[in-house]
Every structure is written in C-alpha cells, then in structure tokens.
Design a protein around this ligand. Structure first.
Ligand code: BGC
Length: 739
C-alpha cells in the first residue's frame, strides 16, 4: 500500500470513529482502531508517542527542553505537560496537525487539588472522611482543567505516608491503607467520571508507583527498603484501588524499592501492575526519572537507562528525552524489541482514542467553556463547603469556640491572619492566590458590626520579635483572640522535607505572649503536615487544624469560628509529640515487650511517651457524642458469614453535629504478628442535639484477611476484637471468633 492510500484510509476510518460515542466502543473495537493507526507509523513516529515534554509555561522540575515546539512539528513528542489554556493548547495542537500522522497531542498537568478554583490540600480533604466531598473536588478540578484544553491530570497521589518530615505528605490521604484506598477511588471517579470523552473529565494518573511515601527518614527522593508484606498490606492497596476504579495511567516513583529504582522495575510495572492487577493503561515516568537511573547507579549511560526502563514496562518518558535519543538504536541492536515499543504505543494511543482526540483534537480547547466555567460561583461554593468539612477541631477547652457573632472586639493576629498567598499551597496548578479569601477577610464578612483589630505579630519564618508587642497591645483590647499560625506554603510539597516539625520562626513566642494576656486564644493552624505543637496543645484553649484550605479558606474558617458550620474533620494521620517518635502510626505492632511504665525493659523512650500528641482519627465537635457498647449479631462466625456490629451514638451536646464513627479490628493470634488495630469501616452521621442514631457495620472475611506466614492472602480462624469509637485511641470493644 502506498503512503497516500494508507493515509486516506486512516482519515476515512477516523471520521467513522466520530459517529460513535466512546461508551459503545468495545475493547476489541478500540484495539482495532489503535492497530489501524499503529500499522501506519514509522519507528521514529512511534518513539515520538512515547515522549512527553514540558512546555515553558510552567515549571515543575529543574530541566526544560527549549525546543519542544520544534519537537512537536517533527513528530518527536506525543504529549505535552505544563501547557494549558484554550488558546495556547490550540496553538500547540495546530503544530501536531502539521505532522504526517496528525496524531493529536495529549496535554497533562498537575491538577492536584483544583485547577483554578483551589480546594484544600489533599491531606486536608482526607480529613473530611467524606468521599462525596472528595469526589466533588476532583470533578470541579477536572471540569475547569478540561475547559482549558487539558486531558490528563497527574493525580491522584496514592502514596501512603507515615512520616511527616516528608513534605509530600500533603499531597496524599495520610497513613492508612483503608481510608487511602477509598479516597483514591473517589478521586479517580471525580476526575474520570467513567467517561473520558466527556468534556468535563480528564484522565487520572495514579502516582507515585510505588511506595514513594516511605522515603527513608522522610527525605524526599530517598531510598525505600521494605518487606513484601508491608508493601502489599499497607502501601500497594491505594494504588490498586485507583486502578480498579478505572484510572487509565500510572506514574512511576523516583525512589528505588529494595535496590531497584521504580522506573526500572519490571516487578512493579509488569509483574504487579499488568500481570497481577490487569492494568490496561499506560505508565509514564516521573520528571526525568529515566535520566536519574544513572544517579541511582543502575544505568551506565543514556541508552542503558532507556533500555532498562522500556523493558521494565514503562511506556512514556517524561522529560528526560532518553527514549527519543536511544530507542531506535536499541531496536537496531536488538536490545529492545519493536514489539515492546508497539505495546507501549498502543497503550498510549488507546487513551488518546478514549479521550475522543482522534475525533476532534481540539474538543477540549474551548474559550467559551473556559469563560463560562472557570471559578464560577457554584465551584467557589463547593470549594468553601469542602474546605470547612476538612477542618479538624483539636482542642476546645471551656467552649471558647464557636465565637458569638455578637462579639464586640476581636483581635485577629498572626502571620497567616491576612495571608492570601499561602492559602492555595503547593501544587495549586493554575490557581491565582490573589483571588483567595484571607482569614481576616472571611472574619470581616461575617462580623459586619464588630470591632476587628489586626496585627501580624511576627513573620512565618524569621527571628524578629519586634512586632509581638503591638500584637499583645491589640489583644488586650479584645474580647477574644484568633491567632493564625503555621508553615509557609513552600515548606511542604515536593523537595520540602523538614527535620524539625515545630512552628517555624518565633511563632510560638508570639502565642506565649498572647496567652499571657489572659484573653481567650483560638489558634487557627495552616500547615501541610502534622506539627509538634506540644506547647499549644498544653496551653491555648482552642486549636483548629485548617491545613491549607485553598481559594475559599477565609470563608470556610470563619464558618467554623462563628458556628455556621460545626467542625467534623478527623485526622487522617497521627500527630507526633516529637520527631524522635517518627514513624508513628496507629496500626503499629504490639512487640514482644509492650510498653509498661513500671518495667524498664519494655518498648518505650526514656524522654518522651509512646503516645502521639493527637491520634489518627481524632477530631472534636462543638457538640459531644456518647457511644453505647457495641453489640454483635453473633459471637462466632464462619468465613462465609457477615458479622453485623451495631452501636448507638447519642448527641449529648447542644448543637447538631456530624460524627465519623470508626471501626477497627485486631486479630488476636495469627501466624504473623498483626497490628494492634486496623481501620476496616467508618460511617459519617449527622445527629441532632439530644437525639441518638443506631449504626450498623458489616464485616466479612475480606476485612479479616491478611498476608499469612507463607504470604498467601486469606483469613485464619481464631479470636478477633472489634473496636468502635470516635478515634483510633478511644474505642469500645467486643470480641468474636472466626471458626
Ligand atoms: C513530581 C510529580 C509531578 C511531575 C510533573 C515531579 O517532580 O514528582 O508528582 O507530577 O513532577 O510535574
């Protein structure tokens, strides 16, 4: 077949595709279309499809390839990231349409917690324990992103993180595999909505595969060394959940896992992902991570790195350009088979077809949708709602909160009090910090008649104490002090590990001076990770953990401060007392010498307790809840039975409130040492003051299964404890037997 004929056939077949909606495409039909395109491609064009470069519009890594526009025109790049906007993506797509094959570009971007309307950081959203809210946040993000020409987000980040020194803890769902898996699913549903072709969805990318969150000592990009049992029980489940929810792409992680860098790991990318989990989408590297194989010391040069990666099952090279540089040569030397390259190309083309790009390469570049959708009032309202659901009330002595709306004089103090810039935090995509609502603005909008005094008090991260006096002065005039403290946004996110988790600078000194005034102080924390706030916890009467809440932060916090919204968040991660306790997480093992304060030779520290400052699952409400004893439908079950656990929760306080009722399980005797408890279920319920609600959980064999001594997955008969409570540390327990 001559070239002209084959292109004509391609064009005819592409126009035929446009008649059919994606949902009618069976897998076989899709494969046929992909094959028909592949059959026409040269090796060079195929390698182009395996290449992803950043534009220079935004920078998310150290190295930019300046010639990316020429690369598009030359068919040397199949996808572009860090380029958005209907006009700009159209311009780049035009360039792709001048190539021989006219294969549309796919545009990717880090749409992590909102695109223009910024939602809370993912760790904050996780504190809502509200899957509908989390799904909604991802849906709004996808809608805005897709309106600006984007097809693909590098999210959700599914890395379990148990080390708050690691700055990227803010991008995930915290420490727990069960909660993390539910959230991973919700985010994928939100981004993709089971219909990649819709113009309000984007393809999801499950990252960073795998175990990136376990970087040694919390230092970013560091090695990971862990048992297969820990990997499979704790770290892999959220990635797998996201793939089961339909995520069509996966990103490799920067770290090595037990000596093999993930980007060169056949075990991860082929054995687990494709063979065990049946993943059909494509795998992209993280930023220049093929190049980094040389720093890891597993690749001698460019070609060697490309060979290791492609043969491990990595389809797309983000930014190192090594595939472009070396794959053709590797094929001619027979170090890489063309069949392997064909597979990779097919996986990528498949997603481009699913997105509808072959029907209309410009379907997502719509200036009209951009104008109509970006930051529309409905999205801002959603962002405010998700933000207030993400707030965790850590302390509320003497019911300092909520503050009465008839308060006469209120002092709003602290380096975060009138700060807009940090609210949208790291990975805020195309967010514009000037559009965010500061805490001071939020408070002003809810207290039109009050006397509102403001002082910065100190900077976020320096030693100057000269502003403290002024802050004390205004506090003295006020009925109540709202004190906004925390980290600057740049202290969390990528390449933002900390060895010290105290409040930076002189912020604690400011808090001490204000506490001295005797005025009631409510601290509003803004930070991307658990902090060791022992002094605050012991001394100030009220603390709200607000993470970084995004565009609507000020309104959301004011909603909680003045009681428009009763806080309902629960910590998705343990707060340590001391960096020396890390890693600290609730599902620890008991050890052979469990802690006994009266016995020296037990598992403990000499200088700090084993207890966290705030446990996983912790969070107060303006009302109080009382738990009945849990009851079971049977105290003995078979592996085929469903155990029903019932409990009654009563709202014993003055306000309507929401409570996240948590259920944990412990396997008392097994062939391997099991954690002291593991979250297996939870329900978030709204109960009016004075009312009660009965809650029922169903437990099946799946909840009791684990990797046994021989690494087979399943249950073992014996006794279990069910623990139901308001957090991982305060539960009511009952035992049952599995026969
Ligand atoms: C990060 C990824 C991100 C990528 C693209 C990398 O530095 O690790 O999470 O998706 O850059 O911006």
């Amino acid at each position: 077949m001559n070239k002209l004929n084959s292109l004509a056939i391609l064009l005819i077949s592409l126009s035929l595709f446009s008649c059919k909606p994606a949902t009618e495409n069976s897998d076989a039909e899709l494969d046929k279309k992909v094959d028909s395109v592949l059959a026409l491609m040269t090796l060079e064009e195929k390698i182009g499809q395996l290449t992803l470069y950043t534009s220079d519009m935004d920078q998310t890594g150290a190295f930019i390839r300046k010639e990316y526009e020429q690369d598009i025109k030359d068919g040397k790049v199949g996808s572009i990231f860090n380029a958005y906007g209907a006009v700009y993506t159209r311009k780049l797509q035009d360039m792709a349409m001048t190539t021989r094959m006219k294969i549309p570009l796919m545009f990717g971007y880090d749409v992590i917690h909102g695109h223009r309307t910024i939602f809370p950081i993912p760790l904050g959203e996780a504190a809502s324990w509200d899957m509908d809210a989390i799904e909604l946040a991802a849906r709004v993000a996808a809608t805005e992103a897709a309106a600006e020409g984007l097809h693909w987000t590098f999210a959700p980040m599914c890395d379990i993180a148990r080390d708050p020194r690691w700055g990227r803890i803010l991008e995930g769902a915290g420490e727990d595999p069960y909660l993390g898996s539910l959230i991973a699913r919700a985010r994928v549903r939100g981004f993709q909505n089971n219909d990649l072709k819709a113009t309000n969805t984007v393809a999801a990318c499950v990252k960073h595969f795998a175990a990136y969150g376990a970087a040694q000592a919390g230092r970013d990009y560091h090695s990971v060394d862990m048992s297969e049992r820990m990997l499979r029980e704790v770290y892999l489940p959220p990635y797998q959940a996201a793939i089961e929810a339909g995520a069509v792409t996966v990103m490799t992680s920067f770290n090595d896992l037990n000596g093999i860098p993930a980007t060169a790991s056949k075990y991860l990318m082929t054995d687990i992902l494709r063979n065990e989990w049946n993943f059909k989408g494509f795998v992209v590297t993280d930023y220049t991570s093929i190049m980094e194989l040389m720093h890891h010391g597993v690749a001698a040069d460019t070609a060697h790195a490309a060979e290791l990666s492609v043969n491990a099952g990595v389809d797309m090279d983000m930014q190192s350009g090594f595939y472009n540089h070396s794959l053709a040569k590797l094929v001619s030397e027979k170090k890489v088979s063309e069949a392997q390259i064909n597979e990779a190309v097919k996986r990528i083309l498949r997603v481009k077809f699913q997105l509808g790009l072959f029907e209309d390469p410009y379907r997502y570049c719509s200036e009209e949708r951009e104008k109509q959708l970006i930051m529309n009032p409905g999205f801002l309202e959603s962002a405010r709602d998700v933000a207030r659901k993400s707030i965790v009330l850590l302390k509320n002595k003497n019911n300092v909160l909520p503050i009465s709306k008839s308060v006469k004089t209120i002092a709003v103090i602290g380096p975060h009090a009138d700060n807009k810039r940090d609210l949208i935090a790291s990975w805020s995509a195309a967010g514009n910090w000037t559009k965010s609502v500061s805490l001071l603005e939020g408070i002003k909008s809810q207290l039109p008649d009050a006397n509102i005094l403001y002082a910065k008090g100190c900077n976020l991260n320096d030693d100057s104490t000269q502003y403290i006096e002024q802050a004390v002065k205004i506090a003295m005039q006020a009925d109540v002090v709202v004190l906004a403290l925390g980290e600057p946004a740049w202290m969390s996110g990528e390449a933002a590990s900390r060895a010290n988790l105290n409040l930076p600078g002189v912020q604690q000194q400011l808090a001490e001076a204000l506490q001295e005034t005797g005025k009631p102080v409510a601290v509003v924390l803004m930070n991307g990770r658990p902090l060791t706030i022992n002094w605050l916890a012991a001394n100030v009467p009220a603390i709200l953990e607000t993470w970084f809440l995004g565009t609507q932060a000020g309104h959301a916090i004011a909603d909680v401060l003045f009681g428009n919204y009763n806080p309902s968040g629960k910590l998705p991660v343990t707060f340590p007392r001391s960096v020396g306790q890390i890693p600290i997480y609730y599902s620890m093992k008991n050890t052979g010498r469990p802690m006994n304060p009266n016995d020296k030779y037990t598992s403990k520290y000499l200088d700090v307790s084993n207890e966290p400052l705030y446990p996983f699952g912790f969070g107060l409400s303006y009302t109080t809840f009382k738990y009945s004893e849990p009851t079971l439908n049977s105290t003995e079950i078979l592996a085929t039975d469903t155990l029903k656990v019932s409990i009654e929760i009563s709202n014993t306080g003055k306000y309507t409130g929401e409570e996240t009722v948590q259920l944990y399980i412990k396997d008392l005797v097994a062939t391997v040492a099991r954690p002291v408890k593991e979250l297996k279920a939870f329900k978030k319920v709204k109960i009016k003051a004075g009312e009660s609600q009965k809650i029922e959980f169903s437990i099946t064999a799946a909840d009791l299964s684990f990797y046994r001594a021989d690494m087979s997955f399943g249950t073992e008969p014996g006794e279990f404890t069910v623990m139901v409570g308001t957090n991982s540390n305060e539960t009511k327990n009952v035992n049952f037997k599995l026969k």
